[in-house]
Design a binder for this molecule. Structure first.
Ligand SMILES: [Zn+2]
Length: 114
């Protein structure tokens, strides 16, 4: 028996759909460190069920020395981690995970590195 057969059956029973992009924030820490934060929702349902449930996700797309790094994580209902970068730009509605390896920016308002 194929060891992966069960896993495949499981994942096929759930449908995912991109729902909507809620917030996004683009930050430039310096020339070599650019990052973009997103909140978006994904709809999912079990094939047998008629109900779609919506889940909120956080995503970061980061570019360091022209290399793109991706991070994403589902958000719990009241999860709202701190991010200097989004706060600085008045993006208070964009929610971040509390735990996770993503760029939270710097507390200083002016940040110049040479
Ligand atoms: Zn942020």
């Amino acid at each position: 028996m194929e060891p992966s057969a069960d896993m495949e059956a499981l994942t096929q029973d759930i449908q995912y759909e991109f729902d909507e992009l809620e917030h996004q924030c683009f930050s430039v820490e310096n020339y070599h460190n650019i990052f973009h934060h997103f909140n978006f929702t994904i709809k999912m349902k079990v094939n047998d069920s008629a109900d779609w449930t919506s889940m909120l996700f956080f995503a970061e797309v980061k570019e360091i020395f022209k290399r793109k790094i991706y991070f994403y994580s589902p958000l719990e209902l009241y999860e709202n981690g701190h991010c200097y970068a989004c706060k600085k730009q008045g993006m208070d509605d964009l929610r971040h995970p509390i735990i996770g390896v993503y760029d939270r920016g710097n507390p200083g308002t002016i940040h110049v590195r040479r």
